[in-house]
Design a protein around this ligand. Structure first.
Ligand SMILES: Nc1ncnc2c1ncn2[C@@H]1O[C@H](COP(=O)(O)OP(=O)(O)OP(=O)(O)O)[C@@H](O)[C@H]1O
Length: 243
């Protein structure tokens, strides 16, 4: 571990909602460039993703991304971590692409001129300068997901959290967005229930019932997860479905 702050540092993270412990004592320290959070339905993946992005404050413990306490330092968090959800419509707030891309940059404290320059630069980088004044609702789902991705990349975060962002996309769109993500400097935290896609990940965090079940190299964690899930799947008892 380097002497500078690790990329991801979760210290005994708890989240209690309506008297229910949704996240329980999650601890993870990693400098890996490719981290996966693996878990079955209802295990707490999306909730953990929101907590890691600073969108929800933990009720116990702390989350630091690249040294920023994301729950307490919201402006710092914008430059540290971005999150891409499955449904771009849960993310988009503005009617036009230009406005959507500008918002986070303004929140980071950039001047109006700097924001305008940065938005033009990012749109040009993706060959989408013509989209500046486009109405977002007229774009396809894949195009809206690209808008969300451009908005995140404009802020150049150190870490990007992916909460199944490719689920509703066709294969070419998914491949295109994957290539864009793979070429960024940001470290990726991929939220998934699928052990097959974590094979090339450096660190895998398996969560079960809101707590860490196992973490470490993909070669150890993914087969253990798959075996446990297959065993659960053989049962006919629907009470095993988490949630
Ligand atoms: N705001 C909330 N209020 C009450 N319970 C919640 C809330 N948010 C999440 N939960 C509960 O926390 C648990 C974890 O939910 P979460 O959506 O994080 O799981 P997940 O692993 O992402 O599931 P899936 O793969 O099915 O999307 C679930 O039991 C869910 O019902």
């Amino acid at each position: 571990m380097s002497d500078i702050s690790p990329l991801l540092r979760l210290d005994v993270v708890d989240l209690r909602i309506d008297g229910r412990d949704v996240l329980r004592g999650i601890t993870c320290v990693s400098d890996a460039r490719r981290i996966a959070v693996l878990g079955r339905n209802g295990s707490g993946k999306t909730t953990l993703a929101r907590v890691m992005a600073g969108l929800k404050a933990p009720t116990g413990g702390t989350v630091h991304i690249a040294g920023v306490d994301v729950a307490r330092d919201r402006r710092g968090a914008l430059g540290a971590v971005g999150i891409l959800f499955q449904n771009p419509d849960h993310q988009i707030i503005f009617p036009t692409v230009g406005e959507e891309l500008s918002f986070g940059l303004s929140q980071m404290g950039m001047t109006k001129v700097a924001v305008t320059d940065r938005v033009e630069q990012v749109l040009a980088q993706f060959g989408k300068s013509a989209w500046h004044d486009a109405a977002i609702y007229q774009l396809s789902q894949g195009q809206r997901q690209l808008v969300c991705l451009m908005a995140i990349l404009a802020m150049a975060p150190k870490v990007i959290i992916l909460d199944e962002p490719f689920a509703g996309l066709d294969i070419p769109t998914m491949m295109h967005l994957s290539r864009v993500l793979e070429s960024t400097d940001a470290a990726l935290v991929h939220i998934t229930h699928d052990p097959r896609i974590v094979a090339h990940y450096d660190h895998v965090l398996w969560i079960e019932g809101g707590a860490v079940q196992m973490q470490g190299a993909a070669a150890e964690v993914a087969p253990a997860f798959e075996a446990a899930m297959t065993e659960l799947g053989k049962r006919d008892d629907l009470s095993d479905i988490a949630g």
